[in-house]
Design a protein around this ligand. Sequence first.
Ligand code: HEC
Length: 160
Amino acid sequence: MSKPFFLLPILPLPILLLPLLLRSGAQAQQQPTTTTPTTAAGTTAGAASTPPAVTIPPAAMQMLNPIKPTPEGLAHAKLIYGYDCSMCHGDNGNGHGDLAAQMKLSLDDWTQPSSLQGKPDGELFYIISNGEGAMPAENGRAKTADLWNMVVLIRSFSKH
Ligand code: HEC
């Protein structure tokens, strides 16, 4: 008589797990569909025989920095830069971080004003957010306002 009562609390467990199992199955099914456009885009770029440059959407290029630079915002951006960026781009932005040397990356020297000339804020913001080539994406790790503050910080490296 005590047996069914003992089993009762365990019964809901598989029922609760079922939606989770179904969802991971659905995700696995979606994967081929999401990879198809990437392959198609790659083929198109190859056919046009252009170097595999990251295509930044025009709307992203035109984005204007929505934040007002403040000493606090800049200080916080600098803190994140120290954790996530300086190992490649260097403490002062000269592009000679330890990791960049290890990975044999040749990075722009942001202490030279010419290095970022012709690159609008929107482009820098997009690259910082999404990464580019060997560079990892920063969105999801830092807040949007911090990403914009990093754009301001990077431009400040050439102003001594
Ligand atoms: C693993 C090394 C690495 C790290 C870490 C890294 N970057 Fe980069 N970054 C690169 C490389 C490589 C490029 C050039 C990409 C290309 O042109 O293909 C680049 C390009 C850029 C650019 C575009 C302008 C330019 O000079 O080419 C910006 C802006 C930038 N990085 C900012 C950042 C910020 C901010 C962080 C930290 C959140 C960061 N990067 C972290 C390697 C890195």
